[in-house]
Design a protein around this ligand. Structure first.
Ligand code: BG6
Length: 491
């Protein structure tokens, strides 16, 4: 089965922070793949900018190195790499100062039919100053967009400052706030599953669903990002954005269409319906953890404090939250959320646990009847499993077994699983913001997160310790077991 590739309009993508980690690791490899697939056409090009002095040739060499490092050999040929390098160039620009802007302007194509997208792969403190300079240099025309990455603020107030500074230069419809989880294949499949099948939607409510679990577990530590991570922590780094976005896609009402605002209006309603967690219930509803030394991927690993070189840090590297949505569809259905670094394995999944059958006609000998579960696996092996009860084959009487109807996307469709950035970057060029966060979504997410952070601060407790390579502190198990449920595990 081959995916149909529809070319996007010719564009110029200007990447601030163009020689940084995100550019080399994600953006350039993603653009390479889209070029290779024939989706990037005509005079389209990518202009990396940063303060550093660098020639086009040196940048092309660095881009080649990045592609050779981050793109599997079977997914590239020398000819394809050479063609892509023809599309990349470099310009030294001081994003927050004066230098380089006139040269940048001179190098851009003046044709306003060409899409012009600025990607700000820089520290969020620089979003405002860079946008101001883009405006001052007269670089914005009707076909211009700005792409920004999280973290958008560290709470509601600071998010206002960031969004205000970008919004002072670009209109909301020109701003693309990336949450790369929304570009993951399986996340979009969640929408297909819910809204392109008649089967699930009638059951998708409190009458038939017992609870939902969303787990985003990582086996890596903070990977040299300690400076940022220690000021953020797991709640801000993963829950405020990625996990709440997943929760929205599970919980939202069917939007009228896939139109960007139709989808985002429905997600916003979910965020606004989240029951507040504050000083009155934070102990019952949340668990914070921090990893100590342990073992991961077969080797010994240091504690978080050792990794970042700060013994006193009380930043959480794990969080579990019991979230509740106060509306007709979900009243009484808890959404258990958990995420952490240095956990037992890398796995991200959404588990929709249905209610048990009301009455069993099978005798005790038939074995326990386990309730149905729908497991949507985001990574590592993308797919959907529907756990059902079936009869054990053979003539030996009626024995029941809990087995999955298993659709592995790799087996079903084969081929390479495109990275989230491939889709999102093409959506930026197409001007389709459906998979990007609108400003009011970011605000609503902070509205829910801020009181949790405030309650933790007021309590002043240290996060609970857990050993690296485990599933987090035992309090996380207790959080769900108190309600007579367990975290989903597959043998
Ligand atoms: C980022 C977080 O947004 O997502 C990182 O800042 C995290 O801390 C990463 O490691 C996880 O993304 P993925 O796609 O590897 O699950």
């Amino acid at each position: 089965m081959t995916a149909q590739t529809i070319p996007v309009d010719p564009f110029e993508l200007i990447v601030f922070g163009g020689t940084g980690d995100l550019a080399y690791r994600k953006l350039l490899p993603a653009l390479f793949q889209r070029d290779r697939a024939g989706q990037i056409v005509g005079p389209s090009r990518i202009l990396a900018v940063s303060r550093r002095d660098m020639t086009d040739e040196a940048f092309k060499a660095a881009t080649r190195e990045a592609i050779e490092r981050f793109v599997a050999p079977e997914d590239r040929t020398e000819e394809e790499v050479a063609r892509f390098l023809g599309r990349v160039a470099y310009a030294p620009v001081d994003g927050t100062g004066e230098a380089g802007w006139a040269d940048l302007k001179a190098r851009l194509n003046g044709d306003s039919d060409l899409v012009r997208a600025f990607y700000l792969a820089v520290n969020p403190d620089l979003f405002g100053p860079i946008c101001r300079n883009i405006g001052k240099a007269g670089l914005i025309h009707g076909n211009t967009r700005a792409v920004i990455e999280k973290p958008i603020g560290k709470d509601f107030d600071t998010a206002q400052v960031v969004n205000g500074a970008v919004g002072a230069v670009f209109d909301e419809h020109q701003i693309f706030r990336i949450d790369h989880y929304l570009g993951k294949e399986t996340v979009q499949n969640l929408m297909a599953l819910r809204f392109a099948n008649a089967l699930f939607e009638p059951l998708w409510n409190a009458a038939h669903i017992d609870h939902v679990q969303i787990t985003v577990a990582e086996s890596i530590g903070v990977e040299g990002r300690g400076g940022y991570y220690d000021t953020a922590g797991a709640l801000r780094d993963m829950v405020q954005n990625h996990i709440l976005q997943l929760l929205c896609l599970v919980a939202m009402e069917p939007p009228m269409s896939m139109d960007a605002d139709a989808v985002r209006d429905e997600k916003l309603k979910v965020l606004k319906a989240l029951e507040p967690i504050d000083g009155s219930n934070v102990d019952r509803m949340t668990v914070r953890g921090q990893y100590g030394a342990g073992a991961s991927a077969g080797g010994a690993v240091p504690s978080y404090a050792e990794e970042i070189g700060s013994e006193g840090s009380s930043t959480e590297t794990f969080v579990a939250v019991k979230a509740e949505i106060a509306n007709w569809r979900w009243s009484g259905v808890p959404f258990y959320l958990r995420t952490g670094k240095r956990l037992a394995e890398r796995v991200s999944e959404i588990v929709v646990a249905f209610r048990p059958i009301p009455h069993s006609i099978f005798e005790g000998g038939a074995g326990g009847i386990v309730a149905n579960r729908l497991v949507i696996r985001l990574q590592p092996d993308e797919g959907v499993k529907l756990w059902l009860m079936i009869k054990d084959p053979g003539p030996g009487g009626m024995r029941l077994r809990h087995v999955p109807l298993d659709m592995s996307f790799a087996q079903a469709f084969g081929g390479r699983n495109p990275d989230a950035y491939e889709r999102l970057l093409m959506d930026v060029i197409r001007g389709n913001p459906t998979l990007f966060m609108r400003r009011d979504e970011v605000d609503a997410a902070w509205h829910w997160v801020d009181p949790i952070l405030a309650a933790w601060r007021a309590a002043g407790d240290r996060p609970k310790a857990y050993t690296a390579g485990t599933w987090g502190p035992s309090a996380s198990v207790a959080l769900i077991e108190r309600d007579g449920r367990t975290w989903h595990e597959e043998a």
